[in-house]
Design a protein around this ligand. Sequence first.
Ligand code: PBG
Length: 328
Amino acid sequence: MIDLVQRPRRLRTSPLLRKMVRETRMDPSSLIYPMFIKEGEKIKEEIPTMPGQYRYSVDQLPRALEEVADAGVTSVMFFGIPGSKDACGSGAYAEDGIVQKAFRKAKETVPELYYIGDVCMCEYTSHGHCGILDGDYVDNDKTLEYLAKIALSQVQAGADMVAPSDMMDGRVAAIREVLDDNGYERVPIMSYAAKYASGFYGPFRDAAGSAPSFGDRKSYQMDYHNRKEALKEVFSDVEEGADIIMIKPAMSYLDIIRETADAIDLPVAAYSVSGEYAMIKAGASLGYVDEDSMICETAVSIYRAGCSILLTYFAKELAKFMKEGRIG
Ligand code: PBG
């Protein structure tokens, strides 16, 4: 036997020991499951680019939410798909808007879950951009008024938390102000603080019918060459009063998650987006990779990078793997 002081394999000799020394710990309460709610009735349609994910009409929602709760997931985020769109996305803040109806129904039928609203305009505007247009440019300051209205209407309909995803400057402050002015000072804001202009959103835009009809989102979402700029975005959202900071997408941005987690004291969330989901589904359906292993390894890598909250379309599967002790 050679004289070795360090034998790292000593801590890998049994499953119980390996579990005891795990450095990354997580449980299902840290998962948020994104869902798509569509105008109409008796709709549960599978999203072609996201097999296993569905668009639901409001009447189908209680059953879907019960499945989420049964799986051990405690929080969901709603995206609305309206029946009609216009230039200023009025469906996003209408009292009988799709997402407002969804919050009311959800709170009434499955009150034990925690409900989050994505605050954005792209699913509701006829041009598919995340704000109000001035020519071809998204007008930042005019958009803020609308985002504040959207956030307020979601909270009035029952949302427990709002999450602005538009990437306009100053929107956290604008939303905080309108919520406080209306007596909702207890409702937290989870800011999509560093959101990159990403090819990984492709399947989502298909799911929500929210692709921009011209141009792209690069004048508001971040350039993926940039790292320091992400911290600038994060710090300004912290100063404006964000309660939780989100980084999006997750898998190609683990460095940003780590730096953010090291730099701030707020909870950090990461959104593993539609393209990340679709890649694993596609690879597994071809038999190239094992689906469950990929779900576990990618999710743990995102937590290991420093987030404590994960938004993912695999939330139900992950809750099961966590409960079984396969991860977590
Ligand atoms: C709305 C929004 C998008 C996503 C979340 N909120 C789409 C986009 O910015 O184009 C993407 C989520 C996903 O890909 O899973 N702005």
